[in-house]
Design a protein around this ligand. Sequence first.
Ligand code: HEC
Ligand code: HEC
Length: 298
Amino acid sequence: MSAPSQPPSVAQPPATPTASRTGATFTPPGEDDIPSGPFGDLVRHGRDIFTDTGTYAAAYVGNGLSCSNCHLDAGRLANSAPLWGAYVRYPAYRSKTGQVNDYIQRLQGCFVYSMNGKAPPAGSSEMLALEAYSFWMSKGAPVGATLAGAGYPKMKAPQPPDYRRGELVFQDNCALCHGKDGQGQKVAGRFVFPPLWGPDSYNWGAGMHQLDNAAAFIQANMPLGRGGSLGNQQAWDVAMFIDAHERPQDPRFTGDVAATRKLFHDDPNSLYGTVVDGRLLGANPPGPGAQKNRSVHQ
Ligand code: HEC
Ligand code: HEC
């Protein structure tokens, strides 16, 4: 372990910390530090699931994403909801579920929504491996702490986000990698640049569909390799542009968009059930048929 005064060993400098984000910095162990033996094997398996989810946890994935597409550098990067920032802060109350959830339940949430899939059961080999990987990466982190660099660093926009301005930010800064149509790019049938909306992206229940989360992730981490280069307003505008496109239905869908909004999306950060650019969002999600045809792992 390095001295606690050192900044996290990350590929990019963390975005400007805000006053609310206090606490010690933390340096997770490096990949080479994974021990040999059964525990190390399980940790490596967890890393493989995290970075190539469609291959190593295929039964539980319903889109073209991997965990590490949003939790960068294999879950290590500060300000992209790193695993070491997460592991030490559960069990915790979550307003999304209205309950205290443990770490396993938190992992399951990202399978159901971010991966548009199914939750691997507690005790399954997949869950055990992801838990071992997170535990290993958090070695020496103080239990119960909110570490600097944990989560996505939320920030406010000077003005309300705007779809048209966001479209321009997207064309200038994102389309090169994610495609003009936001559908990402594949090489040899596998996504090298992940889709931002449509059948292979995160669904309407995912954290990334919320404007504050998406803006924070984007401002800190995108364009890839140039995190921190967009202004707060640009990040919010492009977050709105992305999250005003159709994606797989919220698994909690009641059969009625307005009722589903009232129950689960009664929040200014959610565009679900609102009309943007003439489209009622959530009303025309790409169906499972489209998903099957487009999915990498079929
Ligand atoms: C589309 C992007 C996306 C994908 C893919 C994704 N996540 Fe997440 N994840 C998020 C967002 C957004 C949050 C909420 C972060 C916050 O609240 O600050 C989150 C939160 C988490 C947390 C809790 C973080 C914390 O600090 O409390 C864990 C653990 C987690 N995800 C694990 C996973 C795992 C495991 C996978 C793959 C099975 C995965 N995620 C896939 C976007 C994603
Ligand atoms: C240089 C190529 C590149 C550019 C430019 C780029 N991205 Fe990304 N983006 C990526 C890659 C690659 C990932 C997945 C990261 C990983 O797996 O390590 C990603 C991940 C994402 C994700 C999370 C995964 C998903 O599919 O939802 C979002 C959201 C995102 N980018 C938004 C943007 C936005 C908005 C811009 C423009 C401001 C942008 N990106 C510009 C390459 C790029």
